[in-house]
Design a protein around this ligand. Structure first.
Ligand SMILES: O=C(O)CCC(=O)C(=O)O
Ligand SMILES: [Fe+2]
Length: 270
């Protein structure tokens, strides 16, 4: 049974809805990081896509990472208590590799409201010059297919991963991202895991702060790169928040209610 204190709260969830991404610095203890670095060098076996995550990696260090109460809480809050393993990869950038990856999302166009998550785990220190992943916060609702966006170079608000060992990011499957060049003499490792929900993603987190006024301002975040189209993004977030909290009337101001005003469907008075 998961401890409520390990779950995300409503403000974290609102941030995930706005940014498509959450960051947890130095969450994994150093000893497990060291063990997992060795494991990543040797290669980590996978399982068949669509099987339960629960019994995977029982004897591996990466299993210890995933069984940390804080990681269990993150997973539970976003995709529920019994997610499916989709796939994983140990992503590397070779030493002195001076090319960045093209901007992409890891899926074909995927317009489902329910979402998969991807954990990005950095088991060793990753300074800027070592080529962490670059993310574009707020991009997850622009549903693209893989490398449709490859022609772009830089965006206002892009966020390069610069972190200490043990840092974990969790992202919506639609997030735009790319690996960065590695200008150091050491190979860069990053463990990525995609998980699918098996339950309706509704109020799976600690909802004690669900009425907190800060939630609206978190959902209203403006990442800058979409200019005046921020209104579209606010509507996307309202829809996602409604889905997550199970309330079809939630709105920020009058944005979505205005579009739902359908006077033409009312009978005219005689
Ligand atoms: O290595 C990275 O930072 C990202 C890799 C990645 O996202 C991919 O290959 O799909
Ligand atoms: Fe990717």
């Amino acid at each position: 049974m998961i401890d409520k204190t390990d779950l995300l709260n409503s403000k974290d969830m609102a941030r995930f809805v706005a940014d498509g991404l959450l960051r947890f610095d130095e969450l994994v203890p150093p000893e497990i990081n060291r063990e997992t670095c060795k494991e990543m060098e040797a290669g980590i076996p996978g399982a068949k896509g669509g099987t339960s995550l629960r019994n995977l990696w029982q004897s591996q260090s990466i299993g210890k990472v995933l069984r940390l109460p804080a990681i269990q809480g993150i997973i539970h809050s976003l995709v529920g208590p019994s997610p499916l393993y989709d796939h994983h990869a140990v992503h590397t950038v070779d030493a002195q590799h001076d090319h960045g990856q093209i901007w992409h999302a890891d899926a074909i166009i995927d317009t489902r409201m329910h979402f998969d998550i991807q954990l990005f785990y950095f088991a060793h220190d990753t300074p800027r010059e070592m080529g962490g992943t670059m993310f574009l916060p707020g991009s997850q609702y622009r549903r693209i297919s893989e490398s449709d966006i490859a022609r772009y170079q830089n965006f206002i608000g892009q966020m390069p991963v610069v972190c200490k060992a043990g840092t974990v990011f969790v992202a919506h499957h639609g997030i735009w991202h790319c690996a960065q060049p590695n200008l150091t003499d050491k190979k860069r490792y990053m463990f990525k895991l995609r998980l699918n929900p098996t339950v309706r993603q509704k109020r799976l987190w600690n909802t004690d702060d669900i009425e907190d006024e800060a939630i609206s301002s978190v959902l209203n975040a403006n990442h800058g790169w979409y200019g005046n189209e921020s209104r579209l993004e606010v509507v996307n977030r309202i829809q996602m928040w409604r889905f997550l909290i199970g309330d079809d009337h939630f709105d920020l101001g009058y944005w979505l209610s205005r579009l739902e005003n359908m006077p033409e469907t009312e009978l005219q008075a005689a």
